[in-house]
Design a protein around this ligand. Structure first.
Ligand code: ATP
Ligand code: FE2
Length: 329
C-alpha cells in the first residue's frame, strides 16, 4: 500500500492531492484569478507561496492521514510558467527534506491524461483541451504521441481572451458556456482545420471584429464560437480515432468541463461505436490529485529521486508530451 502526495503549480492553480493505491483521498486547491489583464506569472507564484501551507495541511486532513504516512511526493515538473513551477519545486524540496521521502517528477499534461484511468478508459485517444494546451494524444510504442494540436493558441486561452474582450471575467469558459446556452442563432465564423491541427488566432480576430461592430449579441457570438471551435476539435479527434483504430475517447483539461463539448463528443463517439470517458470535473481542471495519481503509478514502478539528491531536480517549463519517455507502462 502506498500513499503519494501530489503538488500542482504550473499556472494559476496551487493544488495538493493525496492518492492511496489509485484512490483519490483528497484534492485541495486554490486558484489565482484576475478580472482584468492576463495572468501575471510572478503574481501567481506569490499566490502559491502564500497559500501552499494551508492547502497542504487541508489536503492531509481531508485525506485523514498524517505527514509520516506519505511515501513519496510527486510534483508538476513542467510544462508551465517558470515562477509558478519554481514555487512548487521549492515546496516539494522542503517537504522531501522534512519527511525524508523521495520525489517523483511528473509531466503535467500526461497527468491530465493518466488520471483518466479513474474512469474505465484503458487505451483511449485523448482530447486534451486546457488553457495553454490543445492536443490530441494517444499512446503508441513507448510514448504519448501528439496526433494533432493547435498551431497557435490553446483553446482555453482563446476562450479566456474572448471573455476578456466581452468583459465577463476570468476564467471565461463557464461564463461563455452560460451565454452560449441562451442562443441558437449561428453566425458564420472561419473554420480552421489544417490536416490534424487547428488554428484559433484568426477566429479570435474575427470574433473581436464582429463584437466591436456592435451588430451581434454576446449570446450569439458565444454560441457560434462553441459550435465552430468544438466542431474543429471533434473533427480532429474523430480522425485520430480512425487513424489509430482505437475505440475510446477520453476528455481532459479544463475546457472539457464544457457541457456542449461533452455532448458533441458523445454524439461523435456514438456514431462510430466508440466509448466516451469524462473524468469528474475536479480532475479535469488543474489539480494536485492528478499529479499524485500519476506519481503513484511511477513510484510503484521504482521511478523516484531520493531526498538526498533533491538539489539535482529542476523544473522543465517547456517539456513536451512526446518528449517524455514513458517508463511506467
Ligand atoms: P494548462 O493545463 O495548459 O497549463 P490551465 O492550467 O489553464 O492550462 P486547466 O485548469 O486545465 O488549464 O483549464 C483552465 C481552462 O479551462 C480555462 O481556460 C477555462 O476558461 C477553461 N474552462 C473551464 N470551464 C470551462 C467551460 N465550462 N467551458 C469552456 N472552458 C472552460
Ligand atoms: Fe492543466
Amino acid at each position: 500500500m502506498t500513499i503519494v502526495l501530489g503538488i500542482e503549480s504550473t499556472a494559476h492553480t496551487f493544488g495538493v492531492g493525496v492518492v492511496r493505491n489509485g484512490k483519490v483521498l483528497s484534492n485541495v486547491k486554490k486558484t489565482y484569478t484576475t478580472n482584468k489583464g492576463g495572468i501575471i506569472p510572478t503574481e501567481a507564484a506569490k499566490h502559491h507561496c502564500e497559500n501552499k501551507e494551508q492547502i497542504y495541511f487541508d489536503s492531509l486532513s481531508k485525506a485523514e492521514i498524517e505527514e509520516k504516512d506519505v511515501d513519496a511526493i510527486a510534483f508538476s515538473q513542467g510544462p508551465g510558467l517558470a515562477p509558478c513551477l519554481l514555487e512548487g519545486l521549492k515546496f516539494t524540496r522542503e517537504l522531501s527534506r522534512k519527511l525524508k521521502k523521495p520525489i517523483v517528477p511528473v509531466n503535467h499534461c500526461i497527468a491530465h491524461l493518466e488520471v483518466g484511468k479513474t474512469t474505465r478508459a484503458r487505451n483511449p485517444v485523448m482530447l486534451y483541451t486546457s488553457g495553454a494546451n490543445t492536443q490530441i494524444i494517444a499512446y503508441e510504442s513507448g510514448k504519448y504521441r501528439i496526433f494533432g494540436e493547435t498551431l497557435d493558441l490553446g483553446v482555453g486561452n482563446f476562450i479566456d481572451t474572448f471573455a476578456r474582450i466581452l468583459d465577463i471575467g476570468f476564467p471565461g469558459g463557464p461564463a461563455i458556456q452560460k451565454l452560449a446556452e441562451k442562443s441558437k442563432n449561428y453566425i458564420e465564423l472561419p473554420y480552421v482545420v489544417k490536416g490534424m491541427d487547428i488554428s484559433l488566432s484568426g477566429i479570435l480576430t474575427n470574433l473581436k471584429q464582429k463584437y466591436e461592430s456592435k451588430k451581434y449579441s454576446k449570446e450569439d457570438l458565444c454560441y457560434s464560437l462553441q459550435e465552430t471551435v468544438f466542431a474543429m476539435l471533434i473533427e480532429t479527434a474523430e480522425r485520430a480515432l480512425a487513424h489509430t483504430n482505437k475505440k475510446e475517447l477520453l476528455l481532459g483539461g479544463g475546457v472539457a468541463c464544457n457541457l456542449r463539448l461533452q455532448e458533441m463528443a458523445r454524439i461523435m463517439c456514438h456514431e462510430r461505436n466508440a466509448k466516451l470517458f469524462v473524468p469528474e470535473g475536479s480532475l479535469l481542471v488543474d489539480n494536485g490529485a492528478m499529479i499524485a495519481f500519476l506519481g503513484q503509478i511511477m513510484f510503484d514502478k521504482g521511478i523516484k529521486i531520493p531526498h538526498t539528491k533533491i538539489d539535482e531536480i529542476d523544473i522543465k517549463p517547456r517539456q513536451r508530451t512526446d518528449g517524455v519517455s514513458v517508463r511506467w507502462k
